[in-house]
Structure formats: structure tokens, C-alpha cells
Design a protein around this ligand. Structure first.
Ligand code: SF4
Length: 401
């Protein structure tokens, strides 16, 4: 069964807040404030009034996967890297309210000045993918690669969707950050540091195994046999030392809980029901799904591809539901289908709702700075090295984003 969007639907139900605290996780912390009730009919008016009172002092960033009730207040929308750059381009804004998830707010803190406070309206808004690689696990894995005799010929590359600590790890170990737009260039650069694609050097790719595999196999021409998965819960990641030595790319066992759920069967079902449909998916989807799609790219690429397509064209889109819904509403002249009805919103991103945004903005008006995201100076400096290496890559050019 497929969903076709033709008109605005009801707002998604509000999601429960996390209640646990785990210092190594992006998830599960309490909101320290007194939240307005979700049923308060004045929430929109309160958000508008607080935003107006703050004026130029506040800059609100909205990720593409964010709820409509929140995105309506965003000064800019974009993917995580674009938003961090947008924040850095607004030095006059005292407060950056980041309606996204924790790792994105960390990146914004790294790229903005110390005078600017980056605020995450709900600290429970983490990313399940970023949570799949914590720094202790990664340090431990690196030691195991050293014991297997390969750390010296391995470059770590981390996807933007990782904690600042993992980005700093890459900065310390001659590696870099990448986005879904420039993963190919980042991997080519990394292999060049250790003897080139034809040599025996390796890349440790964190934390999304699917983006790493899709890029290595489909864009760099490596084989599936060149890839091994490193499971941090198993000795040597579940491999033998020989398997690690033979591998060219070591994929961390992480994935996106939203994109990882699309299946090849969803692609086949849509093709069977909608004649001439174009399948457009994000590279965080599995290798099977990506291999059966017509177009593959970042959220910015997905938005631009649909916008540039012919009226009357049909699209089956495999990415987060809030974004697909907005694309359908923005392009009523096109037939837009969600790739799989059973895949839902990014639940952690959706923890940021209107009550949390109102609470954050009204706190700022009252002179309090709530939920400030602060990356410590050493982590910041090392992470910036890895981010700067990415910025030096040609594909980091915004025009290609
Ligand atoms: S969509 Fe996936 S990668 Fe993006 S924030 Fe949500 S869980 Fe993380």
C-alpha cells in the first residue's frame, strides 16, 4: 500500500518526552523547564510574540525533518551542515535556537563564535544514529585496529551525523568529516592519504554503515567484499584480524532508524502500482534500496530534484516523512508518494514541538538561556580540524550541496 499526498493532513500526534539520562547518549533527558500545555490555544501567538520581542537577537534554524508547527517559525531551513553554516553567517545573533537534534546544535556551536549561545529547545532531541557510536567505543575500536596492525594505514571519516567527540577523534587521527553530499570526495581524499584506491590503505567510516557502503561501492568502485562491518560489541568488531587486514573500508555498525527501514520490496511495490514513477532516496537507505532507486542524494538534492522535475511526473521518495509531506504540498502538479507507509517521522527530531519552542523563546525573553549546547574547547578545536579538512574538499562547495 502506498500513500499519495494531495492535501494537508492533520498534524502528527505529539510524541512522549524521554525521561532517562545517559551522559554518553544523545537521548533521554528531562526538560528542566515548565512547559506550556500542548493544548494551549495561544501557543502560536506566544511564539510569535516572543520571537518579535527578541528581534535580531535570535535566529531560529529549522531542519528539513522538523514538524510544521515548529518549521513555521524558522528563519532558515536546511540540512544539518547548511544550518550550521547559516548560523555562522549570523554573528550578530546572540541566540541560535536550533530546531534539529543534538549533534547539529553541537556543530553550530563549533562553527559560531563563543559569544553566541546555541540552544536546543528539547535536550531529548538526539539522533539514534549518532548514539550508535560513542567515543569510548570508537577509541576502543581504534586500539583493536592497532593490535590488528592496520591503524597506521587507516583514515577515520565521520558523517556529519555524529557527536562532536567523534568529529574530534577524526581531527586527532588525520581524518575528516563528510556530509551525504560530499562523501565520495571525502572518501577519495582519505584513500589518497594512505596510498590511493589501488593500494592497501583503509578508511574507518563512522557511524552510518549504509552511507559508507553505498559510497564506497557505487561511487568509488570498491566491491562489497572490500567492506567489513565493525560491531563495537564484539571483539575485533566481529571480524578476524585477517578480515580487517584484507578490508578496504571498515564500516561502523550504525544506521539511521528512519532511512534504514525502507526495503527493496517498497521500491518494487511502487513501480508496480504507479506507471513511470521515479524512485528518489537518501543514501542513508540500505544498499539494496539505493541500488534499485533511480536517483540518490542528500535532502537538499531531493528537494532540488523534485522542484526541477516536469509537471505531471511521479516520485516515490525514501526520506523522512515531514519533508516528503512538505514536498507534496509544495508541488501539487506532481504525484508524490512516500516510499513506505510503515516508516514514520524521525521521532527524536520530532521531540522538538511547539511547547518546547515557546518555552525556549520565552525563557530568552525573560533573560534566561535554557538548554545551551556547549562543546568544550579542546573537543571544539579538534573537531574543527576535521570540519576544516572537509571544507577544503571541492564537494563542500555549497553550489554542489
Ligand atoms: S533521520 Fe536518522 S540520521 Fe537524521 S536525525 Fe533522525 S535518526 Fe538521526
Amino acid at each position: 500500500m502506498t500513500t499519495t499526498f494531495t492535501e494537508p493532513g492533520p498534524s502528527p500526534a505529539l510524541l512522549l518526552l524521554g525521561t532517562r539520562r545517559d551522559p554518553l547518549s544523545e537521548r533521554g533527558v528531562d526538560c528542566p523547564g515548565a512547559l506550556p500545555a500542548a493544548s494551549d490555544p495561544d501557543l502560536v501567538a506566544r511564539a510569535l510574540a516572543a520571537k518579535e520581542a527578541l528581534g535580531e537577537r535570535v535566529f531560529i534554524l529549522g531542519h528539513h525533518y522538523q514538524r510544521d508547527e515548529v518549521i513555521q517559525f524558522a528563519d532558515v531551513t536546511g540540512d544539518s551542515f547548511k544550518l550550521a553554516r547559516d548560523a555562522a553567517a549570523r554573528p550578530e545573533a546572540e541566540f541560535i535556537v536550533f530546531c534539529g537534534v543534538h549533534f547539529m546544535a553541537e556543530s553550530a556551536d563549533i562553527l559560531t563564535s563563543d559569544d553566541q549561545a546555541v540552544i536546543l529547545p528539547d535536550m531529548a532531541a538526539g539522533c539514534s544514529m549518532a548514539d550508535m557510536a560513542n567515543i569510548n567505543q570508537v577509541e576502543d575500536a581504534w586500539e583493536q585496529l592497532a593490535e590488528a596492525g592496520i591503524a597506521h594505514q587507516t583514515i577515520p571519516i565521520t558523517y556529519m551525523n555524529s557527536t562532536a567527540a567523534i568529529k574530534a577523534f577524526c581531527g586527532r587521527h588525520d581524518g575528516a568529516v563528510c556530509t551525504s553530499s560530499n562523501a565520495e570526495v571525502a572518501l577519495r581524499w582519505a584513500f589518497d592519504q594512505v596510498g590511493g584506491l589501488d593500494g592497501t590503505g583503509k578508511v574507518l567510516f563512522l557511524p552510518d554503515q549504509h552511507l559508507g557502503r553505498n559510497t564506497a561501492v557505487r561511487q568509488l568502485g570498491l566491491s562489497l567484499e572490500d567492506c567489513v562491518v565493525f560491531d563495537p560489541r564484539k571483539p575485533l568488531g566481529g571480524n578476524t584480524a585477517q578480515e580487517l587486514q584484507r578490508a578496504r573500508i571498515i564500516l561502523w555498525k550504525g544506521h539511521c532508524s528512519v532511512h534504514g527501514r525502507f526495503r527493496q520490496e517498497n521500491v518494487e511495490a511502487l513501480r508496480a502500482t504507479v506507471e513511470g514513477i521515479n524512485i528518489l532516496v537518501h543514501p542513508e537507505c540500505t544498499y539494496d534500496v539505493v541500488s534499485h532507486a533511480d536517483y540518490v542524494g542528500s535532502t537538499e538534492y531531493i528537494i532540488k530534484t523534485v522542484a526541477a522535475s516536469e509537471p505531471g511526473s511521479a516520485w516515490g521518495i525514501g526520506t523522512e516523512l515531514n519533508l516528503v509531506k512538505r514536498l507534496a504540498l509544495a508541488h501539487p502538479d506532481k504525484s508524490i508518494h512516500y516510499l513506505d507507509d510503515t516508516v514514520c517521522f524521525c521521532s527524536t527530531m520530532n521531540r522538538i514541538d511547539l511547547p518546547h519552542l515557546v518555552w525556549a523563546l520565552e525563557s530568552l525573553v525573560a533573560g534566561e538561556v535554557p538548554n545551551r549546547i556547549v562543546v568544550d574547547p579542546q573537543t571544539q578545536a579538534e573537531a574543527k580540524i576535521a570540519l576544516d579538512r572537509m571544507l577544503a574538499l571541492p564537494a563542500a562547495n555549497p553550489a554542489k550541496d
